[in-house]
Write a protein that binds this ligand. Structure first.
Ligand code: LLP
Length: 430
């Protein structure tokens, strides 16, 4: 739950605002984002990596307000599409603090990034090296680039496993020699300024071990690059993936400890090869925006499937949170509009979509007097929920409200049915 979450008069308050008031003012389903929680986590990362850089991964959730908060808290930003880049630039985020990612950036996106003067472009394929070189020369600019390297480490929650290098759409494989070949090609192009290597090993990681293996393999590459080309690349980007608590038992590593671990690991690996310690960048998304977000739903139909469980239907579902259906993600939720002393019963929170897989929370205990009109909130939905939302079944996407000092303020407006109809060629404006 967000750091400012409290119970007042039986109801949940976040950022001092009562969720009942938020629901009646802004409607449901509603994404609520605790601004102080977001800012604090952003600041903690910025401070923990003060000698490096923290680039928030915009894919987790992006809005103009969030971009401004990031800037105020001193973070950089990762974008992976022209749309994310356009939003950041539209609210005045400094281009030099932006990194552009993506395995299939279009020529337009590359040109957009070059014209804006983004700080880094992470190259992901041989084609892209040539394409970026071509456009950089044409525009008379020399962008800083990094190469995304597939280190063969894929992290899964608590453990990590080596994956088949060829079976990946991202980056240059270190094993096959593609990474070194990419270095050769970039160095051969005067228009591109190769400053470092990038690696992202996965998401929702709790242990530093996977990063250790990745850093080791990147350091080996840095040595080879030094031997072959006589250049020492000054930067290393270890990507994101720091885990958060979705369920009571999850114990995320705090930013400071993670930073100390990563710094120690990188220093050890580089020094063992007599390399200077590179400037370290990390790209947390979930760890900054995830915990401070909740989704508030209104309960509708309640169906007791005799002897099995009770299905509690809410007014959203897989269109506003795809993660349960897509990954089997687990969440916790609670009745938030009142206190109840009723006995707990095993429930499943489901959405209103036409799929039996439309599950928001698979198993949880809710008071047996739960009733239509009650509000339930799902915790830790700040990351990858609004950003992965769809209009399945023609549901308009919910609003995002930021709360602080007892007040809610819309930072992303709710879509309306008219918004959806407007896109239809038979109905909307022609
Ligand atoms: N950097 C790169 C290059 C990435 O690909 C990602 C996530 C991140 C940073 C941020 O990772 P984070 O710190 O947020 O874990 N939709 C999935 C997560 C996909 C993440 C893809 N890349 C989910 O809902 O769990």
């Amino acid at each position: 739950w967000p750091r400012t979450a409290r119970r007042r008069d039986g109801a949940l308050t976040v950022g001092g605002a009562d969720v009942r008031d938020l629901a009646s003012e802004f409607g449901t389903p509603l994404y609520v984002l605790d601004e102080d929680d977001f800012r604090q986590r952003a600041r903690e990362y910025a401070q923990a990596f003060a000698d490096g850089s923290v680039h928030y991964a915009g894919k987790a959730f992006l809005s103009g307000a969030v971009v401004k908060w990031l800037h105020e808290e001193g973070l950089g930003l990762d974008v992976c599409s022209g749309g994310e880049l356009a939003l950041a630039l539209a609210v005045g985020f400094p281009a030099e603090k932006i990194t552009l990612h993506g395995n299939n950036k279009s020529a337009d996106e590359l040109v957009q990034a070059l014209e804006a003067g983004v700080g880094h472009i992470v190259l992901d394929s041989f084609e892209e090296i040539a394409r970026l070189g071509f456009h950089a020369e044409r525009l008379g600019v020399r962008p800083k680039v990094m190469l995304r390297v597939t280190t063969g480490v894929e992290a899964h929650t608590h453990e990590f496993i080596a994956t088949a290098h060829d079976d990946q759409k991202f980056g240059f494989s270190r094993n096959s020699g593609a990474a070194l070949e990419a270095v050769r090609r970039v160095i051969a192009l005067d228009q591109l300024d190769l400053v470092g290597l990038h690696s992202h090993i996965g998401s929702q990681i709790f242990e530093p071990d996977g990063f250790e293996v990745a850093a080791h393999r990147l350091a080996e590459l840095l040595v080879k690059i030094k031997e072959e080309h006589g250049v020492v690349l000054p930067e290393l980007d270890l990507g994101g993936g720091f885990g958060i608590s979705y369920l009571a038992g999850d114990e995320p590593i705090d930013a400071k400890i993670m930073a100390d671990n990563l710094r120690r690991i990188v220093a050890k690996e580089c020094l063992s090869y007599d390399l200077p310690v590179p400037h370290l960048t990390v790209e947390p998304g979930r760890a900054i925006v995830g915990p401070g977000g909740i989704t508030v739903y209104e309960v509708g139909t309640i169906k007791d499937v005799e002897g099995i469980r009770t299905y509690v239907s809410v007014d959203g579902g897989m269109s506003d949170n795809l993660r349960t259906a897509l990954y089997g993600a687990e969440y916790t939720a609670a009745l938030v509009s009142r206190e109840s002393a009723a006995a707990p019963m095993l429930c499943r929170i489901v959405g209103k979509h036409c799929e039996s897989g439309d599950i928001v929370v698979r198993d949880l205990w809710l008071p047996e007097d739960i009733a239509p009109g009650d509000l339930v909130a799902v915790a830790a939905t700040g990351a990858y929920c609004r950003s992965m939302a769809s209009n399945y079944n023609f549901l308009p996407k919910p609003a995002v409200v930021a709360v602080r000092d007892g007040k809610g303020r819309v930072i992303v407006r709710r879509e309306t049915p008219a918004d959806l109809l407007r896109l239809d060629a038979e109905v909307g404006e022609r």
